[in-house]
Design a protein around this ligand. Structure first.
Ligand code: HSE
Length: 321
C-alpha cells in the first residue's frame, strides 16, 4: 500500500463531498473440481453509490438504502457487509472512517452460491479505494488480501475483483491470483432455486482429509478444466468432474444433486455453483445451453430460474462521480 504524505492528515473533512459508483459482478466458484481455487465472473451486477456527506451537512454518521435483493432483510447499520469492508479497508490504510451514505441496487441472489457476499465485500473494498484515490494507492494483491480476509477464501472475491476466469492460491504473504480469458464458445447457464444454502453448513459437511486417489482425481480434472475453459470447450464435461466436495454436500441440497445428475446423464457439464444450491452449466455453445434449459423445464420438480449469463471480463469497477 502506498500512502501519500496527505494520508497522515486525511480526515472526514478531506473526504467530504467524495462520491463513487461501484459495479461488481456475480461469480461462480469451484467450477466442479477447483475447490476454493477457481472462479468465474458472470455478467450480472450489484451497483452501489457511496458518498461522504459534505462536512457542513447535518448528516447522520451512516445512512444505508438497499433496493432489490436483500431489501428489508440486511442490516442497515455498521453490520452491513459493504460497510464492514469499507471500514476494514480504511483501517488498513490508517485513515479514520468518515460519515457515509450508501445506496445499493442489488440483483445478485443471496445465499444461492453466486458470490453475493463476495460481491458485497469487493464492493466495499473498491468503494474505499475510490474514496481514497490520490491519498492511498492499493495494489491488486492488497485488494485481494483485504477482500479474502473478510470472505475467508479467495475463489469468489478474485473473479469479482478482476473478472474472467481466475485461479487463486494462498501464500504466506497472502492470496494471489491469475486471471485468464475464457474461450468465446463457453456459454454459462446458472440455475437458481428458490431456497438458500448456508456456506458455513456446506463447509461443515466436508471431511478433514480425503483419499489420496480423490486428491489426484481433482488435480487432474482442475488442470484439465483450465485448458477446457480457455482453449478446448469440448473437454468441459470430463473437466468438471469432482470428488472433493459435491458428494459430501449432496444430502444438504437433494434437488440440486438430482438435477445435476439429470443434466450430466444428458451430457451437460453441470456442477454446484460455489457452495450451492444453484447449479452452473458450463455449456460449450449457446445451443447446448438452450438444450440444458429444455431439460430443466421438462424434468425439474421444483422451480428453477434459468439465467443464461455471459462471462464478465472486467471485474469490479469504481468511478468517481
Ligand atoms: N469454495 C467455497 C465453498 C465457495 O465451496 O465453500 C463458497 O464460498
Amino acid at each position: 500500500m502506498t500512502a501519500t504524505a496527505a494520508a497522515q492528515h486525511t480526515d472526514a473533512s478531506t473526504l467530504a463531498g467524495r462520491r463513487v459508483l461501484v459495479k461488481v459482478p456475480a461469480t461462480s466458484a469451484n467450477l466442479g473440481p477447483g475447490f476454493d481455487t477457481l472462479g468465474l465472473a458472470l455478467a450480472r451486477y450489484d451497483e452501489l453509490e457511496v458518498s461522504v456527506p459534505d462536512a457542513s451537512a447535518d448528516a447522520p454518521g451512516l445512512e444505508i438504502e438497499v433496493h432489490g435483493v436483500g431489501e428489508g432483510e440486511v442490516p442497515l447499520d455498521e453490520r452491513h457487509l459493504v460497510v464492514r469492508a469499507i471500514a476494514h479497508t480504511f483501517a488498513r490504510a490508517g485513515v479514520p472512517m468518515p460519515a457515509l451514505k450508501l445506496v445499493a441496487h442489488n440483483v445478485i441472489p443471496h445465499g444461492r452460491g453466486l458470490g453475493s457476499s463476495g460481491a458485497a465485500i469487493v464492493a466495499g473494498v473498491v468503494a474505499a479505494k475510490g474514496l481514497l484515490e490520490g491519498i492511498v494507492d492499493f495494489s491488486a494483491d492488497e485488494l485481494l488480501d483485504l477482500a479474502t480476509e473478510l470472505e475467508g477464501h479467495p475463489d469468489n472475491v478474485a473473479p469479482a475483483l478482476f473478472g474472467g476466469l481466475t485461479i487463486a492460491w494462498v501464500t504466506p504473504e497472502g492470496p494471489r491470483h491469475k486471471k485468464l480469458m475464457v474461450h468465446r464458445g463457453v456459454s454459462p447457464l446458472v440455475l437458481v432455486p428458490e431456497h438458500e444454502m448456508s456456506t458455513a453448513l456446506a463447509r461443515s459437511l466436508q471431511p478433514e482429509s480425503v483419499p489420496h486417489e480423490d486428491a489426484v482425481f481433482n488435480v487432474s480434472r482442475s488442470a484439465l478444466l483450465v485448458a477446457a475453459l480457455i482453449q478446448s470447450p469440448e473437454l468441459l464435461f470430463q473437466a468438471t468432474e469432482d470428488k472433493l466436495h459435491q458428494h459430501y454436500r449432496a444430502a444438504a441440497m437433494p434437488e440440486t444433486d438430482r438435477l445435476i445428475r439429470v443434466l450430466r446423464e444428458a451430457g451437460h457439464p453441470a456442477v454446484v455453483s460455489g457452495a450451492g444450491p444453484s447449479i452452473l452449466v458450463l455449456a460449450s455453445d449457446p445451443s447446448e445451453r438452450a438444450a440444458a434449459i429444455a431439460i430443466v423445464e421438462a424434468s425439474a420438480d421444483t422451480a428453477w430460474q434459468a439465467l443464461p449469463l455471459a462471462v464478465d471480463f472486467k471485474g469490479a469497477t469504481v468511478q468517481s462521480a
